[in-house]
Write a protein that binds this ligand. Structure first.
Ligand code: SF4
Ligand code: SF4
Length: 382
């Protein structure tokens, strides 16, 4: 019989540093306390979601108070915490310095003696995934860590519908190399299984989700902040994501990563410790509708053949500042700058929405075709 994984849920209503620390400490104590996981002298990588350099108030990134609270607990257990993350696009020391500063990580962590990683090298890691041998270039500080704490943010996602604990481990792949994964796996289910392979290979020992303020709607970077008031912790990133899905009223079938996890026989059953999911339930959380596995048969409509029926990126020329970041990070290289504004070749566009995700001005939206509009749950409360 399948066992239930524990997911510890704790209330936390704002990002006051001490409140967050107390809430995280209480949440982890239900799983046996931090000392159950961290032993003195361990090198502990803290892996937040810092997908782009942005003020934490936008809710696109893991809040620095949550990262600092995790680091403080590791220090108390005698471990050596270091923040390790790779955003999309360029990945070098200058980029990391800006990222840590603008995301509030530098200020929050340095005052507690929590280190920030600047080693941008990678290590080839071979893993057995579903009986297939696969290998990945993984950030070296993650490979060398004795323990990894995965600190995700609860958000919607233009391509995957939801991004949480499992998807957060895609940041283990260095910067622009992520684009090659999108190009090689334009099929959303194939991409989801790749995310699971990476998560299984890097294998975080503990996963935390910052759901104090989540992001709904046009995530993962241009959505709307939504208060949930919860911190979630689990040893299983899958059970953690399932609890998060239940909070935001998202069916597993409508979310690529968990649908694929179920297909692979990964156990999503969980028991909630502390507070029940109902305490945080948010039935009208705005979720982007994508042609997913549950509502419509994936194999029929999620094919490249029907790409033109998928939602497409569109630029708002009034907001765009012409920086070219979208062009530079388009895996399919189908964006040209014309008169200082991006133009999309939709015939080659693989609908990965990296351009929307990485636009610092939130100038790129996703336009739904009529088919999606007809099938969309938007405005229905589910
Ligand atoms: S990344 Fe955004 S602001 Fe920069 S060129 Fe593209 S659309 Fe314009
Ligand atoms: S135009 Fe945008 S959605 Fe299309 S392939 Fe490029 S980055 Fe992906």
């Amino acid at each position: 019989m399948e066992s239930f994984k524990s997911v510890s849920l704790e209330k936390c209503t704002d990002y006051d540093e001490e409140k967050v620390y107390e809430a995280l400490s209480a949440s982890i104590s239900r799983l046996g306390g931090i000392s159950r996981f961290i032993k003195p002298g361990m090198r502990v990588a803290l892996k937040p979601n810092l997908l782009l350099p942005q003020n934490p108030a936008s809710c696109a990134t893991t809040h620095p108070a949550v990262v600092a609270a995790a680091g403080r607990l590791v220090l108390e257990a005698g471990g050596e915490p270091v923040v390790v993350e790779s955003p999309g696009g360029l990945y070098n020391k200058v980029v990391l310095k800006t990222l840590y500063k603008l995301c509030g990580i530098a200020d929050a962590c340095e005052k507690h003696g929590i280190s920030l990683n600047y080693d941008t090298t990678v290590t080839r890691v071979t893993a057995d995934c579903l009986g297939r041998t696969r290998s990945f270039n993984v950030l070296k500080p993650l490979v060398e860590a004795d323990f990894i704490i995965n600190i995700s943010k609860m958000k919607t996602h233009g391509m995957m519908v939801f991004t949480g604990a499992v998807k957060n481990m895609f940041g283990s792949i260095a910067g622009a190399e992520k684009a090659s994964y999108h190009m090689n796996m334009p099929d959303y289910r194939a991409f989801a299984t790749n995310l699971i392979d990476i998560c299984e290979t890097v294998a975080p020992g503990l996963s935390i989700m910052d759901a104090i303020m989540a992001m709904e709607g046009n995530g993962p970077s241009a959505g709307t902040p939504r208060k949930i008031g919860a911190l979630l912790v689990s040893e299983s990133p899958y059970a953690l994501d399932k609890a998060a899905h239940d909070i935001i009223n998202l069916d597993t079938d409508d979310s690529y990563v968990l649908a694929e996890a179920l297909e692979r026989g990964i156990n999503l059953k969980y028991e909630a410790l502390g507070y029940p999911v109902s305490e945080f339930f948010c039935g009208d959380f705005v979720i982007p509708f994508r042609i997913s596995s549950g509502k419509i048969k994936h194999n029929l409509l999620n094919s490249r053949f029907l790409t033109r029926y998928k939602s497409k990126p569109v630029v708002n020329n009034g907001i765009c500042v012409g920086c070219g970041i979208c062009r530079d990070n388009c895996p399919a290289q189908v964006i040209r700058m014309v008169d200082g504004r991006p133009h999309f070749d939709y015939t080659g566009c693989i609908r990965c929405y990296c351009c929307q995700e990485l636009c610092p001005e939130h100038a790129i939206g996703i336009q739904d075709p009529l088919l999606i509009k007809l099938l969309s749950r938007k405005g229905t409360g589910k």
